[in-house]
Design a protein around this ligand. Sequence first.
Ligand SMILES: O=C(O)CCC(=O)C(=O)O
Ligand SMILES: [Fe+2]
Length: 310
Amino acid sequence: MSEQEVRQENVRIAPVTPRVGAVVEGISLSGSLDEETVQVIREALLQHKVLFFRGQQHLDDAEQEAFAASLGDPFAHPTVPTKEGTGYILELDSHHGGRANQWHTDVTFLDAYPKASILRSVIIPETGGDTVWANTVTAYESLPEELKTLAEQLWALHSNSFDYAVPQKREGVTVDQEREYRERFASTLYETEHPIVRVIPETGEKAIVLGSFARRILGVSAPESNRLYEIFQSHVTSLENTVRWRWQEGDVVIWDNRATQHIAVNDYGDAKRVVRRVTLAGDIPVSVDGQQSRTRYKAPIVPVLDAKTV
Ligand SMILES: O=C(O)CCC(=O)C(=O)O
Ligand SMILES: [Fe+2]
């Protein structure tokens, strides 16, 4: 056991990298964990930001939801219907366009976006389909002081809109699958302003809030917005701030969605990959100077998409 590993009765928490991610052994996840064990998970999540649990094949959809309910308040995706027969499960199936192959934090187009996500692997390709997480707190901390000060003053507009004019042919995804996915995802359009740096209430840590739902940095021109985005986002995706997970079926990963971004590597062609997620309700982010995020716009939209645009 390395010095960093922690033993709590039968529970072992071993960091995967110094900055982000830890493997948790000795907990069989369910809806009937005692409060002490749930507290161990909560504290480990605050510390490591991403927790990996192997061998949780015993979980079915209902038990994943029950576990989620013991950790927080399950929260259904605002636009994508939950899997049939479940209250909260979002299924991502590679054969139906479900490939999260851009860096993002879940659902940041809402003001109170989820606090945590719990992802269970169901079908995993023989090779490929890893997921990478980045610690957005260490990303903030890695900025030079001058850029920290700048980031703390900036806000960004986040939206779930797709840019239908931009061709986005994803490997392994047919035109019909892309259409089906986009139509569901953006059935209601949201636009929300978040500070680029939020303060996490429990720890006081500062985290960068960007990722692929961030459309524009406010108060600067579009080219300036693009350049500034690149500067801050490059600290998020810097390899030092990331951890990459090679999935096995039955794995469960929990991430602090306020302190991370993630991306599912789209390197497995048309192989089948299915993962199921439950998110937990979060609170409205607060900037370093105490202002809250705000939703500016919310309306149903009729998507316009034809085969030429995909
Ligand atoms: O497919 C994955 O590994 C990640 C999917 C994702 O972005 C999510 O569940 O929030
Ligand atoms: Fe995600």
